[in-house]
Ligand binder design. Structure first.
Ligand code: SAH
Ligand code: SF4
Ligand code: F3S
Length: 446
């Protein structure tokens, strides 16, 4: 029987890229990828521990598969992986309530999926592989990209920051940087395969420190300058950088490296220095605002996005309003907003003064209103300009609409032709919305 698989991914780009790797490994071994979950005989869930309600959604969707598993037994395989598997209470719940799940593996055991499936079929026994962390980085894994012309590339794994609300340091382990030569080799071969844009991934990319075999050390900015030289690569982006590590050297790289997109995601989390201290963010409101000023002085048209948490334990009304005034001062191009929610095992779980849900929601709505108003105003400034857009392909609305991104990462929809996909095209912006721009193709990039 043909073995077909389907992967459902929750969470961030890190997980999306892990799913690309899972797909790459299975395709290499002759499995085929099903378009929909219902058509697959191997179903994989790649889970997240952060995003709002991700765990509820995961258990809900997983539960729906029980009937099929009971009916089809060995002919239907259910695998679960990702950040949630690094939390003991999740494993306990799976064992107690979902004992029919066939394969469970953690974030440090990703590369073992083919082997775990082989074992399952051979031994007819459930498989569990979870390491708390891993010293060495597994290189050379294949990947089935979501997009033809852009690729995610991990430059580092894990996080050492221990923000008090965050589960990531526990689910992804300690910081580890890949060797620069491994990253360059991967990116050169991606470019040969048609990739024009890379998104460098890490929980905190600006603490990247890659050590080469000859002992030399490459920091994040050095890496950017090296990538700038890769022929055929048009754009470089990265995610995420922590404000505490945003150096003058990195700001200068935005000036020196034309391939570096004029865009930075710089999570602020809160506008009050007291709350930031409780969060263990290691910068103050003033220091953050100073950074933004430096960025804008060096690169006046840089787009800035952020992550914000509302309702952190103990956040007062005045402190929340400091988040609003910070947003007005920075004028973010866009922001991901989160309602604070307790994560088991994090320091903030123990904090008193958890904020009532209705208060959190009311603050959240006020914040979103400010954020959206500013996003719309920022986008309106683009009307009349001509932007260089890297075309991603047909837009979501179909027809002759194509979509792509400006250097500042703005989504642009315009009438285009299929041959534009993967190319840099000049687009004159004619309209703006809160989350996107509309334009007219004005010819290829000179
Ligand atoms: N490493 C990245 C992303 C971490 S997770 C960074 O530090 O920026 C993505 C976002 O989820 C965080 O920036 C934060 O805004 C949000 N988040 C993390 N834990 C949360 C929690 N317990 N409650 C609400 N939002 C949270
Ligand atoms: Fe990504 Fe964080 Fe979710 Fe893991 S827990 S998938 S790192 S958002
Ligand atoms: Fe790390 Fe980011 Fe959390 S830097 S501790 S993952 S918010």
């Amino acid at each position: 029987m043909e073995k077909s698989f389907h992967i459902t991914t929750f969470g961030c780009q890190m997980n999306e890229h892990d799913s690309e790797t899972l797909a790459g490994m299975l395709l290499e071994r002759g499995y085929v990828q099903a378009k929909e979950r219902k058509d697959a005989n191997i179903v994989i869930f790649n889970t997240c521990s952060v995003r709002e309600n991700a765990d509820k959604r995961f258990f809900g969707t997983l539960g729906q598969l029980k009937k099929k598993k009971m009916e089809q037994g060995e002919n239907f395989t259910v695998c679960v992986c990702g950040c949630m598997m690094q939390q003991q209470h999740i494993i306990d719940t799976l064992k107690a309530k979902y004992p029919w799940v066939d394969v469970i593996f953690g974030t440090h055991n990703l590369h073992q999926l083919p082997e775990l499936l082989d074992n399952l079929y051979r031994e007819k026994e459930k498989q569990l592989a979870i390491l708390p962390d891993r010293e060495e980085i597994v290189e050379g894994l294949p990947s089935r990209r979501l997009f033809q012309h852009k690729a995610f590339v991990n430059i580092m794994y894990g996080c050492n920051n221990f923000c008090t609300y965050c589960i990531v340091p526990y689910t992804r382990g300690r910081e580890k940087s890949r060797k620069p030569e491994d990253i360059l080799r991967e990116i050169r071969s991606l470019v040969e395969d048609g990739v024009r844009e890379v998104m460098l991934l890490g929980q905190n990319v600006n603490s990247y420190r890659g050590q080469s075999d000859d002992g030399s050390v490459t920091d994040f900015t050095d890496l950017l300058y090296q990538l700038q030289e890769v022929e055929g690569l048009e754009r470089i982006r990265f995610m995420t950088s922590h404000p505490k590590d945003l150096s003058d050297k990195l700001i200068q790289a935005f000036v020196d490296c034309p391939k570096l997109g004029k865009y930075i995601h710089l999570p602020v989390q809160a506008g009050s220095s007291r709350v930031l201290k409780e969060m263990n963010r290691r910068y103050t409101r003033e220091e953050y605002l100073k950074l933004v000023e430096k960025l804008r002085t060096a690169v006046p048209d840089i787009a800035i996005s952020t992550d914000i948490i509302v309702g952190f334990p103990g956040e007062t009304e005045e402190e929340f309003e400091e988040t609003l005034t910070l947003c007005e001062a920075v004028r973010y191009d866009s922001a991901f907003t989160f309602l604070y929610s307790v994560r088991k095992g994090t320091p903030a779980e123990q904090y008193e003064d958890q904020i009532p849900e209705d208060v959190k929601h009311a603050r959240f709505n006020r914040l979103v209103e400010v954020i959206n108003r500013i996003s719309a105003e920022k986008n309106a400034e683009y009307v009349g300009r001509t932007e260089t857009v890297l075309v991603e392909g047909p837009g979501k609305t179909g027809g002759k609409t194509f979509s792509g991104r400006t250097a500042s990462f703005k989504l642009v929809n315009f009438r285009g032709t299929p041959d534009m996909t993967g190319k840099l095209v000049k687009v004159r912006i004619t309209e703006s919305n809160t989350f996107s721009l509309v334009g007219e193709a004005a010819g290829p990039e000179a």
